[in-house]
Ligand binder design. Structure first.
Ligand code: CU
Length: 832
C-alpha cells in the first residue's frame, strides 16, 4: 500500500494561523495588533473632528460630531474622498513593504532516489488479499475440517497463522542483481491439528501466490521432526477458557476474597506467566490475580492470590487448578485455602479495592492541557520517499516489513547503491523475573511466542512518532481466518537530532566554520506485549551508519509484597513489589559488506614498553594496535558478560583507497543482566542469550535464532541457537551477526505509572570503517561552510540563510486515532 499523507489544505490566510505560530512572523503579528488597537479605540466626543474623519465608515454612520455638522456637505465629501485615497495609498505601501505571508509547506514526497520498480516487493509482507487466498486454499485443500482459530478449541484443527515465506537468498540475489526471474511468491501457513490421532503442529509452504496451487509440509525439514502439539502457543480461546475456570474456582473462597480483597472474585483479572511447567509436555501456568480497574493497568495491583492451572488436556472440561498461593503460603485447592481462612489459620492482608480516579498507576492527566511543545516540520515536504514496502532517503534504500511473531524486519539495506545488509531483523525479546511469589519467580516471557509484530498497534501521532511522520498499515493473519490490520502501526520520519553530525569552528590560521546537522531517517514500530511496550527503532544516518535501538516502557509486572520481597525488587505501592527482571533482546544482522563474502576482524589496544629511541635511559609505554582476524565461529562467539574487542569489523574483499579492507564496524551499546545459568533445564531454549555477539556462517536452514514453540516447551527447544555455532570457518564467507542487547531492570517508585524510556534504551551501531575513502556525509546537501559574514548570510551558499524566506506554515494532518477499532477484548472477568 502506498502510504498517503493527507491532501494539502487550501492556502490559508495568514490571519487564519494559530496564535502559536505568530512568533514566526513578527511583521504580521504587529500589523494585526496595530489594526486591532485602532479599531478598538473608543470614540472620544471631545476629540477634534480630524480624528473623527479617520474612523471607519461605520463610525461615520453614527451621529456626526458637532464641528462636522457645521461643514457644508460638498466640502465634507471632497475631504472624505481625499482621505479614502490616502488610506488606500497607505495600505498599498504597507502591503508592498511587508514580508509575504507564508503559505502552507509543501508536502509532496520526492521521487524515489532509486527508481522503485517493484523489486523490493520480493520481501513484502503478504497483503490482505493474499492472506485471504491462502486461507481459502487451505480450507479447500487439506481434506480435514478446519475451525476458525478465533473459535477453535484445543481439540480442533485450525489455521494458527499465515505469513510470507521469503525465497532463498541466492534466488533473491539472482533476481535483484543478476537479472534472474522473480522468485515465486509463497506463504508459510502454521496449522494446529488438534483433531487428529496424533495432534501436532504442521507448517506448510503454500504457493504460488496470488492463486495457490500447491502446499508442502516443511515441518520435518525445518525442525528435524514433527512439532508436538503441546509446544503450540496458548491461544485466545484457551485464555478465555482458563479465565472462566479461575473465576469459577474463586467462588469457592468467598469469605477469604471478601476479607482480603473486598471482592467476590468477579472483579479480579488474571495475568498469565510462562513457561508452563518443568518438563516437556507440561502445560501448567501460574496466573497472578490483580484488582481489575477499567482504564488503568491492573498489573501493579496484585491481591496476593495466584493459581496454577493445568490446561494440557485437549478436552477443556478436564482442566483444573492444581495449586493455590496466597500471601506466602501454598494450598492444594481454593477450598483448602478457604478452609484455612475460616479456621483462622491464615494471615490475611486487607487490600483496598481501588477506585477509578485515584488508582495507583492511572495515566489519566492530573492537570489541564498546557501549551503545545515544539514541533518539527518539513518546509519543503518529506525528503524521504516511500513506495510500497520501500523507503529511500539521501542515498539510503531499505525494504521493510513486519513478522507477526518476531516483529520488524528490514531487507536489502543499501547506501549509495551498495548493499550493506541483506537482513536486519528482531528475533526475540526475553523478560526473566525474580520474586518470592510463584508466578513472578517462574516467569521467562519469550515475547516472540506471544507475537511481537502482531501486537504492534496503531501509533499515536505526536507522541509515539512525530506529528508529521508517515504512518503505514500492517496486515497479518493470526488466530483467525480473517486478515487483520494494525493501521498506522509503522512510522517513518526524518528526525532532526538537534546536534551537529560534525562541526568545526576554526580560530587557527584562518577563520571559518564548517558543519552538518544530524538528520536521521527513522523507521519505528511499538509493540505492546501485555503490560510492556517496546519501541523498536531503526535509524539511518548521513555518514552511512545504521543505528538499532530499543526503548522499554509501559507497565511493570509485579508481585504481591510479602516477606523478604525486597530481595527481589523494590516496594512501589502499599502491596506491590516491583519485581526485578532483565530484558534481553536478540537481533539478526546478515551483513553483506562489498559483496557476500566477508571476514571478521578485531582490533584492540595494548601497551608496549620501550626505551625512548632518542634517550635510551628512559622508557615509554607506547599504545599499539593489535589486529586479529577471527577465523572460526567459536572465536567469534563472545559471552554476554565478557567485553568485546573494542573494534570489531566485518570486512569485504577489496581495499579502500588507502589500502584497508572496506569494513563496517559493530558497536554494541548495552548493559545486559546475567544470562540464565547453563545448568538451567530451559537454558538451551534461550541460548542466544549466552552471547553478546556470535558470528556464524549464513545458512538458509538457520533463518531465526529461536522459535515460537520454545516458550511452551523450553525443555526440548524446537530451535537451539547454540547449535548454530560449530566452529566452522568464517573467513570469506557469507556472515550473520547475532546480537544480544539488554538491561537489568529493578523497578522503583518512579516506574509508577510507567517505566520511562529515559535511560531504558539499548542497541547497536553499524558504522563504516574504512569502507569509504572519506566520510560520505561531505556530499550531504545540508553541509554548511562559510569563512566570512558575507558568505554566512548568503542564501546561495548557506541553506540556513534561506530558511527565513522559506518559512511556511506546517501542514498538520487532522489528529485521528482508530487503534481501538480492531481489538476484540475478552469478556470482563465477571461475565465469564
Ligand atoms: Cu522492565
Amino acid at each position: 500500500m502506498v502510504p498517503s499523507k493527507s491532501q494539502a489544505r487550501p492556502k490559508t490566510s495568514p490571519y487564519a494561523l494559530p496564535a502559536s505560530s505568530s512568533g514566526l512572523f513578527p511583521e504580521w503579528k504587529n500589523g494585526e495588533k496595530k489594526k486591532k488597537k485602532t479599531t478598538n479605540q473608543p470614540h472620544n466626543p471631545t476629540s477634534p473632528c480630524c480624528c473623527c474623519r479617520s474612523w471607519r465608515v461605520s463610525q461615520l454612520e453614527s451621529p456626526p460630531c458637532p464641528a462636522a455638522a457645521a461643514m457644508n456637505m460638498k466640502t465634507a465629501l471632497i475631504i472624505l474622498l481625499l482621505l479614502a485615497l490616502a488610506t488606500i495609498f497607505a495600505l498599498v505601501c504597507v502591503l508592498l513593504t511587508r514580508v509575504p505571508a507564508p503559505g502552507t509547506c509543501q508536502h509532496q514526497p520526492p521521487e524515489p532516489e532509486v527508481p522503485e520498480d517493484g523489486r523490493s516487493l520480493v520481501f513484502a509482507d503478504l497483503t490482505p488479499e493474499e492472506l485471504a487466498r491462502v486461507v481459502r486454499y487451505l480450507q479447500g485443500s487439506l481434506g480435514v475440517p478446519l475451525v476458525d482459530a478465533s473459535r477453535a478449541k484445543p481439540s480442533d484443527n485450525c489455521i494458527a497463522s499465515v505469513d510470507v515465506q521469503l525465497p532463498g537468498k541466492a534466488e533473491v540475489l539472482q533476481f535483484l542483481d543478476g537479472g534472474g526471474a522473480r522468485p515465486p511468491r509463497e506463504a508459510l501457513a502454521v496449522l494446529y491439528f488438534g483433531d487428529q490421532a496424533d495432534p501436532n503442529v504442521t507448517e506448510y509452504v503454500v504457493g504460488p501466490l496470488p492463486v495457490p496451487t500447491y502446499h508442502r509440509d516443511v515441518t520435518v525439514q525445518k525442525y528435524g521432526g514433527k512439532v508436538p502439539y503441546h509446544r503450540r502457543p496458548v491461544t485466545g480461546v484457551e485464555y478465555v477458557a482458563i479465565s472462566a475456570l479461575i473465576h469459577h474456582e474463586l467462588r469457592k473462597a468467598p469469605r477469604l476474597l471478601a476479607a482480603c480483597c473486598a471482592s467476590d472474585g468477579t472483579d479480579l483479572a488474571a495475568l498469565t506467566t510462562a513457561p508452563r511447567g518443568f518438563k516437556s509436555g507440561d502445560r501448567a501456568s501460574w496466573f497472578v490475580l490483580f484488582h481489575a480497574v477499567a482504564g488503568t493497568g491492573y498489573y501493579v495491583l496484585p491481591v496476593g492470590l495466584e493459581v496454577l492451572v493445568e490446561h494440557g488436556e485437549l478436552d477443556i472440561s478436564l482442566w483444573y487448578l492444581s495449586q493455590v498461593f496466597y500471601n506466602g503460603h501454598y494450598f492444594s485447592s481454593m477450598a483448602e485455602l478457604e478452609g484455612a481462612f475460616v479456621a483462622g489459620l491464615l494471615e490475611v492482608i486487607q487490600v483496598e479495592k481501588p477506585q477509578d480516579a485515584t488508582v495507583m498507576g492511572s495515566m489519566r492527566p492530573r492537570r489541564p492541557p498546557g501549551a503545545p511543545g515544539p514541533l518539527q516540520y518539513e518546509p519543503q515536504g518529506p525528503r524521504y520517499s516511500i513506495r510500497n514496502n520501500h523507503v529511500t532517503f539521501q542515498g539510503w534504500s531499505i525494504a521493510f516489513g513486519m513478522n507477526p511473531n518476531t516483529g520488524p524486519r528490514l531487507f536489502d539495506i543499501r547506501y549509495r547503491g551498495e548493499r550493506i545488509i541483506y537482513e536486519l531483523s528482531l528475533q526475540e525479546a526475553l523478560a526473566l523475573y525474580g520474586s518470592n511469589c510463584p508466578g513472578g519467580m517462574s516467569t521467562r516471557y519469550l515475547d516472540g511466542s506471544f507475537g511481537i509484530g502482531r501486537f504492534a498497534y496503531e501509533l499515536v501521532r505526536g507522541v509515539d512518532c512525530p506529528y508529521t511522520a508517515t504512518y503505514v498499515d500492517r496486515h497479518y493473519l493470526a488466530e483467525s481466518d480473517v486478515p487483520r490490520t494494525n493501521q498506522n502501526s509503522l512510522c517513518v520520519f526524518e528526525h532532526d537530532a538537534a546536534l551537529p553530525l560534525r562541526r568545526h569552528f576554526s580560530d587557527m590560521q584562518s577563520l571559518y566554520y564548517g558543519g552538518l546537522r544530524k538528520s536521521v531517517l527513522v523507521i519505528r514500530a511499538v509493540s505492546t506485549l501485555i503490560n510492556y511496550d517496546y519501541v523498536w527503532d531503526f535509524m539511518f544516518h548521513s555518514n552511512g551508519a545504521v543505528e538499532v535501538r530499543v526503548h522499554a516502557t509501559g507497565y511493570i509486572s509485579s508481585s504481591f509484597f510479602h516477606g523478604r520481597g525486597t530481595d527481589y525488587g523494590n516496594k512501589v505501592g502499599p502491596h506491590t513489589l516491583g519485581t526485578m527482571h532483565l530484558h534481553h533482546i536478540h537481533y539478526k544482522v546478515d551483513l553483506d559488506i562489498d559483496g557476500q563474502l566477508n571476514s571478521l576482524e578485531a582490533q584492540d589496544m595494548g601497551y608496549e614498553l620501550l626505551r625512548a629511541p632518542w634517550s635510551l635511559q628512559n622508557t615509554l609505554e607506547r599504545p599499539f594496535l593489535r589486529r586479529d582476524r577471527l577465523e572460526r565461529e567459536n572465536e567469534a562467539a563472545f559471552p554476554l558478560d565478557a567485553p568485546l574487542p573494542r573494534y570489531l569489523s566485518f570486512t569485504g574483499p577489496r581495499p579502500n583507497r588507502w589500502g584497508h579492507a572496506r569494513s563496517y564496524r559493530l558497536q554494541v551499546v548495552s548493559s545486559p543482566g546475567k544470562h540464565l545459568p547453563d545448568s538451567s533445564s530451559m537454558e538451551r531454549a534461550v541460548s542466544w542469550g549466552r552471547y553478546k555477539l556470535a558470528v556464524t556462517r549464513r545458512k538458509e536452514e538457520e533463518p531465526t535464532s529461536t522459535s515460537v514453540y520454545n516458550q511452551n516447551d523450553p525443555w526440548t527447544p524446537t530451535v537451539v541457537f547454540a547449535d548454530f555455532i560449530n566452529n566452522e570457518t568464517i573467513t570469506n564467507e557469507d556472515l550473520v551477526a547475532w546480537i544480544t542487547v539488554g538491561f537489568l531492570h529493578v523497578p522503583h517508585a518512579e516506574d509508577i505509572p510507567n517505566t520511562v524510556t529515559v535511560g531504558n534504551s539499548v542497541g547497536f551501531f553499524l558504522r563504516p570503517y574504512n569502507y569509504f575513502d572519506e566520510d560520505p556525509s561531505v556530499d550531504s546537501p545540508d553541509s554548511i561552510y562559510f569563512s566570512s559574514e558575507r558568505e554566512a548570510e548568503a542564501c546561495e551558499t548557506n541553506p540556513l540563510a534561506c530558511l527565513p524566506a522559506a518559512a511556511c506554515a506546517p501542514h498538520l494532518p487532522q489528529f485521528r486515532y482508530g487503534g481501538f477499532l480492531n481489538i476484540s477484548l475478552p469478556p470482563p472477568p465477571g461475565e465469564l
